[in-house]
Write a protein that binds this ligand. Structure first.
Ligand SMILES: Cc1cc2nc3c(=O)[nH]c(=O)nc-3n(C[C@H](O)[C@H](O)[C@H](O)COP(=O)(O)OP(=O)(O)OC[C@H]3O[C@@H](n4cnc5c(N)ncnc54)[C@H](O)[C@@H]3O)c2cc1C
Length: 281
C-alpha cells in the first residue's frame, strides 16, 4: 500500500483500492473508517473492451481506499510501534541471544525475540539465506506504473478504466479518490504481460510507449510523467496456509504471497501469523 509524493503531488502508485470480504477484515475496516483513514471511493468506473469501447461498471462490492492516501492505513496500524523507516535490510542472523538484522549501510539491529518478514518471497529468501523458507511465496508478476499530472481534465469523464486488451490493465484518476487534493493526476498500470515483456526497458521508453497508447483516452499531454517498476506486483501463489511460522527458529513469514495478491489477503496472513506467535508465548 504505497503512496509516492513528488513536488506537491501525491500518487497511489501501487495498490489502487481494496475490497473486504471476510468478517474479520470487515470488522477491522470499520475501525479504520471510524478513525478517518479509510473511505469508500464512489467514482465512475469503466471497462474498455477489445474495440476500445468504454462500458460503465457497476461494482458489486464497495471500493475502499486509504485516506488521505493508501499508506494512511499502514501508518495508522503502526502508530504505537517503534518503526525504523528507510532502512534496507540485507542480511539476518539467528544467534543464541535472538535475531539480528544488518542494513545496507552496515547498521546492526537486535537482538529480537522473533523475526517476522512480510516482503515478497524472493526478497525474504535473500535476507534469510541459508535458512530454508516456503517456496509458495516465489511467484509474482511485474507491473510498470506511471504517475501523470495533467493541467486540465482529460477527454474522458471516467475516474477509472480497466482494459480487456492492450498494454494497459488499469488507469485511474488518482485525484478523484476521497480526501485527495484536487487536480488531474492519473495512475496507469501496464498489464502483467506487457510489463514482463518490457521489464528491462528504461523508464523514458516506457513512459512514451504507454502515453502514446493512452492518448486515445486522454487527448492530452501530461505536464509531468514518472514511471515506477514493480518487480513483485501481483502474487500468483496459492497455499493451504495463510502464513509460515517456525517455532524453534522463532521465525515468521507473512504477506500476500501466501494466498492472493490482495490487501485483504495480506492482512489476513499477518493476523494468522500474529495468532501463531501468541500461541507460543
Ligand atoms: C502495482 C500494484 C497494484 C496493486 N493493486 C492492488 C489493488 O488494487 N488491490 C489490492 O487489494 N491489492 C493490490 N496490490 C497488491 C497489494 O499491494 C499487496 O497485496 C499488499 O501490499 C501486500 O502486502 P504485504 O504486507 O504482503 O507486502 P508489501 O505491501 O509489499 O510490504 C512489504 C514491505 O517490505 C518492505 N521491504 C522489502 N524488502 C525490504 C528489505 N530488504 N528491507 C526492509 N524492508 C523491505 C517494503 O518496502 C514494503 O514496505 C497491488 C500491488 C501492486 C504492486
Amino acid at each position: 500500500m504505497s503512496t509516492r509524493r513528488q513536488a506537491s503531488d501525491q500518487f497511489d502508485h501501487g495498490a489502487q483500492y481494496f475490497t473486504a470480504r471476510s468478517l474479520d477484515f470487515k470488522t477491522a475496516l470499520e475501525s479504520w473508517f471510524h478513525s478517518g483513514v479509510a473511505k469508500a471511493w464512489t467514482g465512475r468506473f469503466g471497462r474498455v473492451d477489445s474495440k476500445n469501447r468504454i462500458h460503465s461498471i457497476e461494482n458489486p462490492e464497495t471500493i475502499w481506499v486509504g485516506t488521505p492516501k493508501m499508506s494512511s492505513i499502514t501508518r495508522f496500524l503502526s502508530r504505537s510501534l517503534n518503526v525504523s523507516y528507510s532502512q534496507t535490510i540485507v542480511s539476518s542472523q539467528h544467534r543464541e541471544e535472538g535475531w539480528f538484522l544488518v542494513s545496507a549501510t552496515g547498521e546492526q539491529f537486535g537482538p529480537f525475540d522473533v523475526l517476522v518478514m512480510s516482503c515478497p518471497g524472493p526478497q525474504v529468501a535473500d535476507i534469510l539465506q541459508p535458512v530454508p523458507m516456503p517456496t509458495v511465496m516465489m511467484k509474482y508478476e511485474p507491473c510498470w506504473s506511471l504517475m501523470l499530472d495533467y493541467e486540465r481534465p482529460l477527454h474522458n469523464h471516467w475516474d477509472s478504466l480497466t482494459f480487456d486488451l492492450g498494454p494497459l490493465s488499469w488507469a485511474a484518476r488518482d485525484s478523484s479518490k476521497p480526501g485527495r487534493e484536487s487536480g488531474h493526476r492519473w495512475v496507469l498500470h501496464a498489464s502483467p504481460s506487457w510489463s514482463d515483456a518490457h521489464f528491462k526497458h528504461d523508464s523514458t521508453w516506457v513512459i512514451n510507449a504507454l502515453l502514446e497508447y493512452f492518448w486515445k483516452f486522454s487527448g492530452r499531454t501530461p505536464r509531468s510523467a514518472t514511471a515506477h517498476r514493480w518487480r513483485y506486483a501481483r502474487s500468483l501463489s496459492a497455499s493451504k496456509e495463510d502464513s509460515y511460522f517456525h517455532a524453534a527458529h522463532r521465525l515468521g513469514i507473512c504477506g500476500d504471497g501466501f494466498t492472493a495478491g490482495r490487501i485483504e489477503s495480506a492482512w489476513l496472513s499477518g493476523v494468522d501469523l500474529g495468532r501463531r506467535i501468541l500461541e507460543t508465548l
